[in-house]
Design a protein around this ligand. Sequence first.
Ligand code: COA
Length: 106
Amino acid sequence: MSIGIDIVYIPRFAGKEKLATRILSKNELEIYHMRPNKEEFLAGRFAAKEAFLKAMKEGIGRVAFHKIDVVYKKDGRPEIHHDGNVYAVSISHDGDYAVAVVQIKE
Ligand SMILES: CC(C)(COP(=O)(O)OP(=O)(O)OC[C@H]1O[C@@H](n2cnc3c(N)ncnc32)[C@H](O)[C@@H]1OP(=O)(O)O)[C@@H](O)C(=O)NCCC(=O)NCCS
């Protein structure tokens, strides 16, 4: 079993439309466009993707961020879909910071 965690500063993601297009999956980008607080959503997704890389023991650049898809389950809980596999993720934000944790069962 492996876990990964990442924390990010939300204001860094304000107005970052290009970054959003580059790192979000198609599904995430649709949600992003509907969200009033776009930087909070983008920051949470960025943290989730970085936490996923840590849990996978991969460096940045080895896995395309837009292929790491954070999907909401019916009950609202997020999970990560990547390369046909599903992984546990938890995301939180408060004030200026967003944090995410990913668990991978090996
Ligand atoms: C999930 C919950 C604990 C969020 O707590 P919060 O302190 O307000 O917000 P946080 O910043 O810590 O967490 C927000 C993140 O939790 C995740 N989340 C949403 N619903 C969730 C759930 N049911 N379980 C786990 N995680 C959830 C999301 O990823 C969200 O971030 P995102 O909007 O950027 O994707 C709170 O909304 C809750 O108790 N939900 C229970 C289910 C519920 O009430 N559903 C609505 C029924 S009408």
